[in-house]
Design a protein around this ligand. Structure first.
Ligand code: CP3
Length: 343
């Protein structure tokens, strides 16, 4: 049976435009909070394939989306490279010993050794392959090397990225050395996700906007393209979605062998259509906070549908859903996307 989501990624005819939401498995769902409480905490949940599979499927059943995204986190990668990951309540992720020196980079576990440690992710995917309805796609994912490096260098989330940027401008070779090591792990990690059974790959470059447009290719996009090219050569049937958040100034320079470009909410869909619509399917891009109002959601979905006539499209939010969005509003969004695009 063909999967509508995979078909749409390859610009094939579909009965309606499929929809999913970034961060769709998470805290806005009471059913998620219950499973997280049973697991003890978020990382335990990531490490428990049975429970991770359960929360992956929740938004399909509850919200009605057309694809599931594997429940995990981008930061399990540096964790398995030997950096100890913690999540601090109310604050977010923390690495207590961030990367400052070449010796620390050399000491990181690399390549296949690091990728092979992510067995709990591959087991979750294998369980999901048995549990997911045949017509629903499973999206696997990674963080872009740059976004992963920001956490590895800063140790935590940052507003200014000043430690990373100090390295970017004063010792770019050191930053490239980190990016290279992470890229090699990500290639093999995504390959193993594909072998375990994912249907689609998404690469999240959540902190793309931290890099000035003229340097974005050098420090991020070229590594993302390298990962996509590595996977495409071996697995051309697996669609790849690139999501660089917040770089409308880079649209003119986008290149690479991938299928879908994820448009963030700050980039007009009409601009993305004009610049990229003939080369890539476009995913997005409702402003996630519109979900607080059903009327605003409907207006926005109708506008996006109208704009995207004539090019390949997948409905999504322009970034992740927030924890205090009412579940019924998320359901409304999904229904509206499916309604307005029905052929
Ligand atoms: O439905 C899904 O998308 C679930 C899988 C998923 C999570 N994180 C679960 C999660 C995915 C795809 C991610 C990606 C992720 N993680 C990104 C890229 C996407 C984006 O939003 O830009 C980034 C930057 C991270 C790093 C991360 N993980 C941060 C900064 C935080 C803390 C802030 C926050 O959102 O809570 C996390 C924690 C996290 N990852 C949670 C979830 C459900 C919340 C943990 C909890 O249950 O308390």
């Amino acid at each position: 049976m063909s999967k509508i989501f995979v078909d749409a990624c390859f610009r094939k005819e579909t009965p309606y435009t499929p929809v999913w939401m970034m961060r769709q498995a998470g805290r806005y769902l009471p059913q998620y909070l219950k499973v997280r409480a049973e697991a003890g905490n978020f990382l335990n949940l990531c490490h428990n394939p049975k429970k991770a599979a359960e929360v992956t499927i929740q938004p399909l059943d509850i919200v009605g989306v057309d694809a599931a995204i594997l429940f995990s986190d981008i930061l399990v990668i540096p964790n398995e490279m030997g950096m100890h990951l913690e999540f601090i309540k109310g604050e977010g992720p923390l690495f207590r010993d961030p990367i400052k020196t070449e010796a620390q980079i050399d000491a990181l576990i690399g390549g296949d050794e690091a990728a092979s440690k992510l067995t709990y992710v591959f087991e979750t995917i294998e369980l999901l392959k048995q549990q997911l309805p045949e017509d629903k796609a499973l999206i696997g994912f990674t963080g872009a090397p740059w976004t992963l490096a920001t956490y590895m260098i800063e140790g935590q989330g940052t507003k200014t990225y000043n430690i990373c940027k100090k390295m970017m401008y004063s010792n770019p070779a050191l930053l490239h050395k980190i990016l290279r090591k992470v890229t090699e792990v990500v290639k093999l990690y995504m390959e193993k996700q594909i072998q375990a059974g994912i249907d689609v790959v998404q690469i999240f470059d959540s902190w793309a906007a931290a890099i000035e447009p003229g340097l974005y290719d050098e420090f991020s996009w070229s590594y993302m393209v390298e990962i996509a090219e590595y996977l495409k050569e071996k697995y051309p049937h697996i669609p790849i979605i690139m999501f660089p958040k917040g770089i409308p100034a880079f649209l003119d320079k986008v290149y690479g062998n991938f299928d879908v470009f994820g448009v963030d909410w700050g980039t007009p869909m009409s601009l993305a259509k004009e610049k990229l619509g003939d080369r890539y399917v476009l995913q997005g891009n409702m402003e996630p906070c519109r979900l607080y109002s059903k009327e605003e959601t409907t207006k926005c979905v109708e506008k996006i549908q109208e704009t995207m006539q004539g090019v390949g499209h997948i409905f999504n939010l322009g970034h992740g859903i927030l924890p205090d969005v009412p579940v019924e509003n998320a359901i409304h969004f999904v229904k509206e996307c499916q309604r307005v695009s029905k052929k």
